[in-house]
Design a protein around this ligand. Structure first.
Ligand SMILES: *[C@@H]1O[C@H](CO)[C@@H](O)[C@H](O)[C@H]1NC(C)=O
Ligand SMILES: *[C@@H]1O[C@H](CO)[C@@H](O)[C@H](O)[C@H]1NC(C)=O
Ligand SMILES: *[C@@H]1O[C@H](CO)[C@@H](O)[C@H](O)[C@H]1NC(C)=O
Ligand SMILES: *[C@@H]1O[C@H](CO)[C@@H](O)[C@H](O)[C@H]1NC(C)=O
Ligand SMILES: *[C@@H]1O[C@H](CO)[C@@H](O)[C@H](O)[C@H]1NC(C)=O
Ligand SMILES: [Zn+2]
Length: 413
């Protein structure tokens, strides 16, 4: 098959470069012992924007317009991926839940279509099981709290479908939590960080065993969640503010809190977060790894490339085939084998296992029945069923507006 030839070209180039670089050789050895777990990849969103999620028209072995495909995953020794079930903020209060379900569906379908390459995974054990079977563990993270439409029942249903982390916001506030744009001044604070309902969301995520992802939230939310979450938290794709002062990155004092809480910060490769400019290279990404290690130790670091979610990636990290080059760079910078293995996957596995333990220890806790106050979510796309307010309230309101308009028109005659 012709793509075999292509794969061979890639592999032989790879083997050649290993021979030329002892650090790369060591990197690949370590990646054979410890799974590389990446926190965030937006290939599912590419499938929607390029193919309307019509997976029958897509071949992930030959797809070449994305950062991610199966041969690149294999060359990159990527062992586990949290795929983002992301839908944009303009779906909020409209069809966010349906769109999110469609992204979850396309991730399930990817795993079913390529059973030799992907294994759908929902636990820390699944990640290791896939690794021993030489398949990539495929997990789901929902990116943006707007996807649960302010409903704990919807959150629980997402968990049932296999979702194992939720990023509390994308780049918009939800009716219960503020996003990072509050810190740049371009969005107003609408919840003073987390609202009372927001705290209930964290509690319910802890009870369910769904990891809380603090990428994209405001700094106040980071502090509030780190203070109250029973389980450790993750930043699935954020870099170090100390290296590039972008509000999507994590400040040093927060890195220290993450350390106390035994969480993990998975470094984002997006040029703009790496250098605060549109140009970056692999070595500058490694600077973020070094900085986080210096401030809080290697036990909180991970990889969160954000591939296929961003337009600009660093020179040397053009696509998912390049992870080993970054691992080699860390070794070149005198990272120990143990530190590299922690960053590759041990840290995330530790967090995931702890989140599962918290879930198991709370197995007698009952699901929360708390509703978000109706006033916070009242809008024309939402009925009030389930609230103690007239269920036809919206219709009556619309009718009274219509009458007002009619009266105004009549008075003009
Ligand atoms: C990418 O794939 C398309 C469609 O399969 C093909 O026509 C094109 O030649 C490929 N481009 C490269 C650079 O391989
Ligand atoms: C991506 O990865 C392949 C190896 O899998 C490499 O040959 C290619 O040049 C890369 N593509 C781009 C656009 O950088
Ligand atoms: C941390 O949470 C406790 C209650 O759980 C609260 O009393 C305290 O003020 C919080 N601290 C911060 C810094 O938010
Ligand atoms: C990466 O970019 C920096 C800043 O432009 C430069 O000093 C450095 O030499 C580059 N490193 C590599 C490996 O290209
Ligand atoms: C790595 O360690 C060696 C030997 O201790 C030292 O000579 C070298 O400067 C170190 N490199 C870096 C980047 O710290
Ligand atoms: Zn993101």
């Amino acid at each position: 098959m012709w793509w075999c030839a292509g794969l061979w070209t890639v592999l032989s180039a790879f083997i050649f470069s290993i021979a030329a670089d002892p650090y790369l050789e060591r990197a690949v050895q370590l990646m054979a012992q410890t799974p590389l777990i990446d926190g965030h990849n937006d290939l599912p969103w590419q499938l929607r924007s390029k193919f309307n999620n019509q997976l029958n028209n897509v071949d992930l072995n030959t797809l070449n317009s994305t950062h991610t495909n199966i041969p690149k995953i294999k060359a990159g020794r990527l062992a586990a991926q949290f795929w983002a079930a992301y839908v944009p903020c303009d779906t909020q209060n409209k069809d966010a839940v349906r769109q999110t379900l469609e992204q979850i569906d396309v991730i399930h379908r990817m795993c079913e279509k390529y059973p030799e390459d992907f294994m759908f995974a929902t636990s820390s054990r699944d990640i290791m099981e896939a690794f021993t079977q030489n398949k990539m563990a495929s997990l789901i993270g929902v990116e943006g709290g707007h996807s649960m439409d302010s409903s704990l029942a919807t959150l629980r249903t997402l968990y049932q479908l296999g979702v194992r982390y939720m990023t509390l916001t994308h780049s918009c506030n939800t009716p219960w939590v503020d996003n990072w744009l509050v810190d740049t001044g371009s969005d107003p604070s609408e919840n003073n960080g987390l609202s009372d309902f927001g705290f209930q969301v964290i509690k319910e995520m802890n009870r369910l065993g769904m990891m809380v992802d603090l990428a994209h939230v405001s700094e106040r939310v980071m502090k509030q969640v780190l203070n109250v979450s029973e389980a450790p938290v993750i930043f699935s794709h954020s870099s170090a503010y100390g290296v590039c002062p972008h509000k999507r990155n994590v400040p040093d004092d927060i890195l220290k809190l993450v350390k106390e809480k035994e969480g993990v910060v998975m470094v984002n490769f997006y040029n703009d977060y790496v250098t605060c400019s549109d140009k970056a290279n692999l070595s500058q990404v490694a600077d973020h790894f070094d900085h986080i290690k210096k401030v809080a130790g290697a036990s909180i670091i991970g990889f969160g490339g954000d591939y296929d979610g961003v337009e600009r990636v660093p020179e040397g990290l053009e696509n998912v085939s390049k992870y080993p080059a970054l691992v080699a760079e860390l070794l070149r910078r005198n990272w120990t084998n143990e530190e590299v293995q922690m960053a590759l996957g041990k840290n995330l596995l530790r967090v995931f296992e702890k989140v599962e333990q918290v879930r198991d220890s709370e197995h007698q806790a009952v699901p929360s029945d708390v509703l978000i106050p109706y006033e916070r979510v009242k809008n024309t796309c939402r009925t009030s069923y389930g609230y103690d307010v007239p269920s036809s309230g919206g219709d009556l309101l619309a009718l009274s507006h219509l009458l007002l308009v009619l009266c105004a028109l009549l008075s003009l005659l």
